[in-house]
Design a protein around this ligand. Structure first.
Ligand code: ZN
Ligand code: ZN
Length: 384
């Protein structure tokens, strides 16, 4: 990646005609470019990016395992300030210049069967999955990702106003927490009395703990590997009642012990790569339990999947792809309330130039260093 020593002149932001942006040109190939910032139309806007969260999808996009048309600007978890906005967009979205907004990744068409049926997260009305970070540079105006000082906001963007007195990296937790609310609460209809078991203590797992607790779950259990000890401790600090190290404990027996033989009413599978926990989830679930599958496994088959358990226990298997506006709103309200120390999930802020390091750290490619939630913060200068 090209290093650039110059610090962006913040005072020129209102009139910025150019933006720095990280452009992905091929698998594992990022470069810093300067690109023109377009004028806004009546129904669009320009966002000054304050922070862009990084998750497993960033690592997959960087590695080239997600379908993509390069070159493109990555970054699908934008938080920022409305820099310029057309009158119609301001009216539609209920925001104006200077407001801080969280931007949803998906840009739904609004009129396909999925959209009108209330499932806009599977909208394909704009020719495949259409959202920030996934549209190529060649599609005007090109600034479709948040690894940049400025990005374009399409007329069909979904934005949520966020209080400006919170640190940007805390506010940027709207994205993983939104996933927590959709996956651990909204989809499985979690409520008081439920036993919730979260498989995997990464940022999505921790977010699931926070959301399940906010929804009134009775008992929350989180599993992880031996190397996840710190994350499991954090899970307890954020509301989990019990944690299980699956490498040193018999997880199935522990779940039964902790639930008086009942099992988990809700199992949230958010571990990455290994399909093994998917098969195990059937054993952990209570009769009539709901299992939410949200961790991607590189399209690997699940060994030892005993489908009879789904039948005899009348289990509900629920696939989770993306987040919904109500879940994002629940996340933002919780962050703004200050009731939960959500900021403890945030471990790293990186300058734009360090995008590659940030992604590789999240993917576990940096020996001796671990992250939970990281942000790219364009206002930061390059690390020494
Ligand atoms: Zn993400
Ligand atoms: Zn649609």
């Amino acid at each position: 990646m090209t290093a650039r020593a110059r610090v962006w002149d913040r005072t020129s932001s209102a009139m910025a005609r150019m933006t720095r942006a990280i452009v992905q040109t091929a698998p594992r190939a990022l470069e810093l470019r300067e690109l023109p910032v377009p004028d806004v139309a009546d129904d669009s806007a320009i966002l000054r990016v304050e922070a862009c969260g990084i998750c497993g999808s960033d690592a997959e996009q960087y590695a080239g395992t997600l379908p993509a048309q390069w070159p493109l600007i990555p970054g699908h978890e934008p938080l920022g300030i409305i820099d310029r906005i057309g009158d119609r967009a301001a009216k539609r979205w209920g925001v104006d210049v200077g407001d801080r907004v969280a931007v949803e990744v998906l840009i739904p068409c609004g009129h396909c069967p999925a959209c009108v049926g209330g499932r806009y997260q599977v909208c394909r009305g704009r020719g495949g999955m259409f959202g920030y970070s996934y549209v190529p540079l060649a599609t005007p105006p090109g600034l479709w990702g948040a690894y940049a000082d400025y990005m374009y906001l399409d007329p069909r963007s979904l934005v949520h106003k966020v209080r400006k007195d919170l640190p940007a990296s805390t506010a940027a937790l709207f994205n993983p927490l939104g996933a927590g609310f959709r996956w651990a609460v909204e989809l499985p209809d979690t409520g008081p009395g439920d036993v919730v078991l979260v498989l995997g203590p990464g940022q999505r797992g921790l977010a699931s703990v926070i959301a399940a607790r906010a929804a009134g779950a009775d008992t929350i259990i989180v599993t992880g590997l031996a190397r996840d000890a710190e994350k499991l401790a954090l899970a307890k600090a954020l509301g989990a009642d019990h944690v299980i190290d699956v490498e040193h404990e018999d997880a199935n027996r522990r779940v039964k012990e902790l639930t008086d033989g009942h099992g988990a009413d809700v199992v949230v599978e958010v571990s990455s790569n290994s399909p093994v926990p998917v098969a195990e989830a059937l054993h952990y679930a209570a009769f009539g339990g709901r299992i939410v599958l949200a961790g991607v496994k590189g399209f690997k088959a699940v060994p030892d999947f005993v489908s009879d358990l789904v039948v005899v226990k009348e289990l509900h298997l629920l696939g989770a792809f993306g987040v919904t506006s109500p879940a994002y709103r629940a996340a933002i309200r919780l962050i703004e309330s200050g009731r939960v120390p959500v900021e403890r999930m945030h471990t790293h802020d990186f300058a734009l130039e360090d995008a590659e390091h940030a992604i590789r750290l999240l993917a576990g490619e940096i020996p001796g260093e671990q992250s939970i939630h990281s942000c790219l913060v364009p206002a930061l200068t390059r690390r020494a």
